[in-house]
Design a protein around this ligand. Structure first.
Ligand SMILES: [Zn+2]
Length: 367
């Protein structure tokens, strides 16, 4: 088996794409503390929360416990400036991991619940994105997320705010939250409207519920990607449906371990998804709330499942293909990946040593 340092170095330099990443869940503890300095009522809570998370190694008692934590984090992020700061730091962090493209989920539904202006906040986010993207070269688009258990009117309000910001980089609409209290059938019309408005539709499904929830997201909502889909293999017909339609799964193993949906990384069905011919992408979900990163998810997958390095490139290829970029933009990223793979081909032991790279490749490595 390949040595871990060699594989880690390969993963570090692999041009990566992230499709399931929540802006709020990517707020690092230091940033949250910084934001809470101006909010004495929340500061103590923030400090307690961060201490508890570190003590528990970012594990939550249950999925509802995690949702409560997400709520607290969301309350600490208040002003358009706060959101802009998070955006800038997140894009810089992605650049350091050599993430080349990300579709970031913005909890517009939570902003509405906080009775704040989605428009003002997203203007700040969009401006920050433009600056950070041009500085780092990381391309970013946005997905507005509604909360399933807040109901249809709420989801429609989120959708309409997403539609207002298409020119600011919003490409999709999604739903997350409680799959039981907010079943897919409630949102069929909203997803149809999203398509009419030119937005892509994504749903967290099969995260806390069985495979029927995944089937409903695909068949009733026309979801183009499934967030998690952890229970997909519990029903052979659902697996067949995903395979036939080539609906990509946004797999986030650390998230599933930390929210208690599975016990250990090794229990994650990711390798079985691959064996079953499903389209898998690897993602970090709420990296700061789970003490992870996309880079870490790849390294941990290498450790837990002994995947070959070609499989990691395949996961990146899947993510490019599953993204909501234009065909031309996808082609550019696929080319970058092919170039990378070509440069990393292990030379035959009897072949002559490679010529020194004119661009000094290997120096100044990121991560
Ligand atoms: Zn998520």
């Amino acid at each position: 088996m390949e040595s871990e340092p060699s594989l880690t170095s390969y993963i570090t330099r692999l041009p990566k794409v992230e499709l399931h990443l929540h802006l709020e869940g990517a707020a690092q503890p230091e940033t949250l503390l910084e934001l809470s300095q101006a909010k004495p009522a929340l500061r103590q809570k923030a400090e307690e929360w961060i201490t508890a998370r570190r003590a528990n190694n970012f594990h939550y008692r249950s999925f509802p416990d995690f949702l409560e934590a997400f709520k607290l984090v969301s309350l600490l992020i208040e002003t358009p400036r706060d959101y802009a700061l998070l955006t800038t730091r997140l894009i810089e962090w992605l650049a350091a991991q050599n993430v080349r493209y990300a579709e970031i989920i913005f909890a517009a539904g939570v902003v509405i619940w906080k009775k704040q202006s989605v428009d003002r906040i997203f203007h700040a986010i969009s401006d920050a994105t433009e600056m950070a993207s041009s500085r780092t070269g990381v391309r970013v688009n946005w997905i507005f997320d509604a909360i399933r258990h807040f109901g249809v009117d709420h989801a429609r309000e989120v959708l309409h705010s997403a539609a207002r910001h298409r020119s600011g980089g919003v490409v999709g609409f999604s739903i997350g939250g409680d799959e039981i209290r907010g079943p897919a059938k409630l949102f069929a019309d909203v997803f149809r409207e999203a398509r009419d408005l030119g937005l892509h539709g994504v749903a967290h499904a099969g995260e806390t519920c069985g495979p029927q929830s995944i089937r409903d997201a695909v068949e009733l909502l026309g979801a183009e990607r499934i967030g998690h889909g952890l229970t997909a293999l519990q029903d052979a017909n659902v697996a067949a449906l995903l395979r036939e339609r080539q609906t990509p799964l946004e797999v986030c193993p650390s998230s599933n371990v930390c929210t208690g949906l599975i016990t250990r990384w090794e229990d994650h069905p990711l390798p079985k998804f691959l064996d079953a011919g499903l389209t898998v992408t690897l993602n970090s979900d709420d990296p700061a709330m789970f003490g992870t990163s996309l880079q870490d998810e790849f390294v941990q997958a290498a450790r837990s499942f002994a995947l070959h390095r070609e499989t990691f490139a395949d996961l990146c290829r899947n993510a490019i293909q599953a993204s909501f970029l234009s065909a031309e933009e996808k082609r550019e990223l696929q080319l970058e990946l092919v170039e990378f793979q070509r440069s990393k081909k292990t030379p035959h032991p009897n072949s002559p040593p490679p010529l020194p790279s004119p661009r000094g490749e290997g120096k100044g490595e990121k991560g």
